[in-house]
Design a binder for this molecule. Structure first.
Ligand code: ATP
Ligand code: MG
Length: 407
């Protein structure tokens, strides 16, 4: 490796976020989360200074490898708490070296047909550097214009290309600013238990709560063989896609078949969905107490389906012994779909494997069930025993968002 030049990653933090919260805690969480997200890619040194974090490769690991750089940048851009990410090059503070390197750096960028205008943006932190910002930007700008006189022109407002040059202990050069996930670092806001189905909504709900700093546990009610192994594989896949933002997720799979059949037999059909939801909520609540989760999270949205009317949601809330967070409650489905597309869960969510709610759906569900209706519908059920059965038939799976790189 050429010691005078080193690839690294520059990460920006939001100033506003930092003022409002305990800054030290925020940063150490964030750095811990970044380290965990990169752990299988190699050895990295991650340091913070002011509102920046610098990620450098160590030992055998080398961010000069473009494939490794792309993977690391992609992963970091999904870590909540950071505003943007730039792959950068660090050079010795030597003007000739910088000029020579800038030409190599710019060549493939300038070759792209949509890149005709550019500017140089200098940030001079080291005030002892011989040229001031204006002089340096002229010097480097002229260099590029002389090299590609036919192709390039300078434009200060919205150029196709901006070369950022920062003069600090060494000189840092970059051009790409990739938007980060923003939000709060996962772990700042406790732990939540996400009711994760195979649909579009619940992964988005989990994403939204993770963006506010919650660690996500997930619970899935599986009704094998009415819902096949593909339905479970789909939920696992969704958990791993969500994990690219939320980090590692413990997925709890409840074998729900016996309970579901019992509900089917002893519950009035028009109340089946609400009762099923209340049973799921009781089991999830108790499991949450065991895992340390202090809230439940669902993908429900007001009025979306019969089980999501105000009355149905209220009847469900009453059996939860902790707050139920429904981040999609006021959202339009199209906006939820837009988020699902952006975070990459949509394509998996629309795979056609049913979840238990679609298999055991009542034909004419009661849309405005009172609490009394729900209690009456549960009269012939031994609820304690049902919940216990649910809790006894849970298997835990640790979902890691990244399969080992290069495998
Ligand atoms: P989704 O797209 O998330 O499945 P949905 O609009 O299809 O939501 P429902 O199927 O009525 O709505 O489910 C409402 C919520 O209940 C889901 O968002 C999810 O949080 C939870 N839920 C539904 N089915 C299951 C299941 N089998 N396991 C765990 N949670 C579930
Ligand atoms: Mg669903």
């Amino acid at each position: 490796m050429d010691a005078s030049r080193q690839s690294l990653i520059l990460v920006r933090l939001g100033e506003v976020t930092l003022k409002g919260l305990n800054r030290g805690k925020f940063i150490s969480r964030l750095i811990g989360n970044m380290k965990r997200r990169l752990v299988d890619l190699g050895q990295f040194d991650i340091q913070q200074s002011h509102s920046r974090i610098w990620v450098r490769s160590m030992g055998e690991t080398d961010l000069n490898d473009p494939e490794l750089m792309a993977e690391a940048v992609d992963r970091l851009s999904r870590v909540f708490g950071l505003v943007s990410v730039s792959p950068a090059i660090c050079l010795d503070s030597d003007l000739d070296l910088v000029k020579q390197f800038l030409l190599d750096y710019a060549e493939p960028l300038v070759a792209q047909p949509d890149r005709q205008t550019f500017k140089i943006e200098i940030r001079r932190v080291d005030k002892t550097f011989p040229l001031n910002s204006y002089e340096l930007s002229c010097e480097l700008g002229d260099l590029l214009l002389n090299q590609w006189p036919e192709r390039l022109t300078v434009r200060m407002q919205a150029p196709d290309l901006t070369f950022f040059v920062e003069i600090r202990d060494r000189i840092y050069l970059y051009h790409d600013i990739i938007e980060g996930a923003r939000g709060l670092p996962v772990g700042m806001s406790g732990r939540g238990m996400l009711l994760l189905s195979g649909g579009i909504d619940s992964p988005v709900a989990g994403y939204m709560m993770a963006s506010r700093g919650m660690i996500i546990d997930a619970i899935y009610f599986h009704t094998f063989p009415y819902t096949g192994p593909q339905a479970l594989a789909k939920v696992e896949k969704l958990a791993s896609l969500l994990g690219r933002y939320a980090g590692r997720i413990n997925l709890y799979v409840v074998d729900f078949t016996e309970i579901q059949l019992e509900l089917n037999e002893f519950c009035p059909q028009e109340m089946l969905t609400v009762v099923m939801r209340r049973v799921m909520t009781r089991i999830a609540s108790q499991l949450a107490s065991q895992t340390g989760a202090k809230a439940l999270i669902t993908g429900e949205s007001l009025g979306q389906v019969a089980s999501q009317t105000l009355e149905a949601l209220a009847a469900t809330d009453l059996v939860a012994d902790k707050p139920v967070f429904r981040p999609l409650i006021g959202m339009d489905k199209n906006d939820t779909i837009a988020i699902a597309r952006r975070i990459g869960s949509f394509e998996t969510s629309i795979l056609p494997y049913d979840d238990c709610c679609t298999v055991f759906v009542s034909k004419h569900p009661k849309t405005h069930p009172s609490l009394k209706d729900a209690q009456e519908a549960e009269r012939d059920l031994d609820m304690d025993q049902i919940v216990e059965k649910g809790l006894e038939n849970i298997s835990k799976k640790e979902i890691n968002p990244h399969t080992t790189f290069n495998q």
